[in-house]
Design a protein around this ligand. Structure first.
Ligand code: DGY
Length: 324
């Protein structure tokens, strides 16, 4: 039997593309343009596995295409809300993701956003580069102190725990969180001197920063809505490195306009890559283009993790990161 045929839907780090080409009969996306629906359908019809990523919408119209050859989707990303998992299961498609390897880098970006929005980093840089700075003065660009403040976390999975560690041990922050699914809260509470709270509102009410770390599901869609912004302190900041759908972006704009909250640091958006224009006009908002895992080290590790899963599948073994 020849090598399994795989199609990679976007450009990947060179070292990973080299490995993919060695191990499989691979078609790479050399111009890195996102695939259209027709191209995704074609990939499923012509490859044994499709190595897709978070920008590929693997909905029923793609997954149920007639004449499908693919048996597996190796998703480049820990989040897999780009794939309709129920349909994938019904179509007997095996799906894997890339957990663990991006935990620290995504956690770092949450810290970057927290510090940037509180200390007015984006605004300060724009000011200086715009030639407006005429020297130090005692009242210039006063921000909000981060060290010692309370960090509220919604969803306490791997990335959230990494953020909590960085915030607690690096910035002496107090941690409060809500996660009804956490298997062993006691050990986290002890290690991080953290408080597990009984509801989202309990976390929002006294946190200085609220960082979102829940997956995008029907249950978490617009979890942060107008009511929940009102439940935050007017001096508090929202940080989102999870998924854009978790925040009602229109309600966020309204909350920022009304000073219901003090600011926001966002790496993900409801309609990526579109960003609500009003957000781009606000100085108290820091906006990043979905950079959570964007380091060479992490993106290579993510790619190799996909390779491990697809290789295992074609060797007749259970892919270690199988999610469907
Ligand atoms: C993921 O892996 O889900 C990220 O959003 C992309 O790194």
């Amino acid at each position: 039997m020849g090598k399994p045929k795989v199609i990679v839907t976007r450009g990947w780090p060179k070292a990973v593309e080299k490995k993919v080409s060695e191990l499989f009969d691979a078609t790479l996306n050399t111009n890195d343009k996102p695939f259209s629906v027709a191209q995704l359908q074609d990939a499923l019809k012509t490859a044994d596995a499709v190595m897709c990523t978070v920008t590929d919408k693997m909905a029923a119209e793609v997954l149920c295409v007639d004449g499908k050859q693919a048996k597996m989707l190796g998703n480049f990303g820990v989040g897999f809300n780009n794939i309709d998992i129920e349909v994938a299961k019904a179509e007997s498609l095996v799906v894997s993701n890339t957990p663990e390897v991006l935990t620290d880098c995504t956690g770092d970006i949450a810290m970057v956003l927290m510090l940037s929005v509180a200390r007015r980093i984006g605004e300060g840089e724009r000011y200086l580069r715009g030639g407006q700075w005429d020297g130090w003065r005692p009242t210039h660009m006063m921000g909000t102190k981060v060290t010692g403040k309370k960090l509220g976390i919604i969803g306490m999975g791997r990335i959230a725990q990494a953020v909590a560690r960085k915030a607690h041990f690096g910035f002496d922050m107090k941690i409060a969180y809500y996660d009804p699914y956490l298997p062993d809260p006691d050990s986290i509470n002890k290690t991080l001197d953290a408080e597990s709270r009984g509801s989202i509102e309990d976390v929002l009410s006294d946190s200085d920063f609220v960082s979102l770390h829940c997956p995008a599901t029907q249950e978490t869609r617009h979890l942060m809505n107008a009511e929940r912004f009102k439940a935050m302190q007017p001096s508090a900041f929202l940080i989102n490195t999870a998924r854009g759908d978790v925040v009602d972006e229109a309600a966020l704009v309204a909350a920022l306009n009304a000073s219901t909250i003090a600011g926001a640091g966002l790496d993900v958006y409801e309609r990526e890559p579109e960003v609500t224009k009003k957000l781009t006009e606000m100085e108290n908002v820091v906006l990043l283009p979905h950079l959570g895992s964007a380091t060479l080290e992490t993106r290579e590790a993510m790619g190799f993790r996909v390779v491990t899963n697809v290789k295992a599948f074609f060797a007749g073994k259970e892919p270690p990161d199988r999610v469907a």
